[in-house]
Write a protein that binds this ligand. Structure first.
Ligand code: 5GP
Ligand code: ZN
Length: 116
């Protein structure tokens, strides 16, 4: 855990968030500035800076993040119409919070290309 990390603070309960799911490996919560009716962030409880920093040992956590994303999409009723899962990496990827997270975005028809 990084003491200065916003998302470590959310997974540990120190920082407030609207948490929709949590277990020993991951935490999922609503994005504070949603860009769609469903916009949930799924993070590992363990601090990982970005996808660049994953290791083989993180495999089970990464797989679990995908399963949780799939289940939350279903729970929030966007699985059949479709949704987008996204992770931004580094400067050019416009990552703004440096704790790995998946954006689960759905509930409206998204742009055909990611333009911004
Ligand atoms: P990134 O740009 O790093 O891919 O995504 C960071 C996301 O975190 C953004 O969509 C932003 O709205 C969200 N975010 C930033 N600060 C907070 C916060 O304090 N609480 C919550 N719930 N989301 C946040
Ligand atoms: Zn962190």
């Amino acid at each position: 855990m990084s003491e200065t990390c916003l998302f470590c603070g959310i997974s540990s309960g120190e920082n407030p968030a609207n948490i929709v799911y949590q277990d020993e490996m991951v935490t999922a919560f609503w994005d504070i500035k949603p860009i769609a009716p469903v916009h949930i962030l799924i993070i590992p409880n363990k601090h990982i800076h970005s996808l660049n920093e994953i290791s083989e040992a993180d495999g089970p956590i990464l797989a679990h993040m995908l399963f949780v994303a799939r289940d939350l999409a279903k729970e929030h009723g966007v699985d059949e119409d479709g949704y987008r899962l996204m992770t931004n990496i580094g400067e050019n990827g416009r990552q703004t919070v440096f704790h790995l997270h998946l954006h689960l975005i759905g509930g409206r028809r998204l742009m055909g290309r990611i333009v911004s």
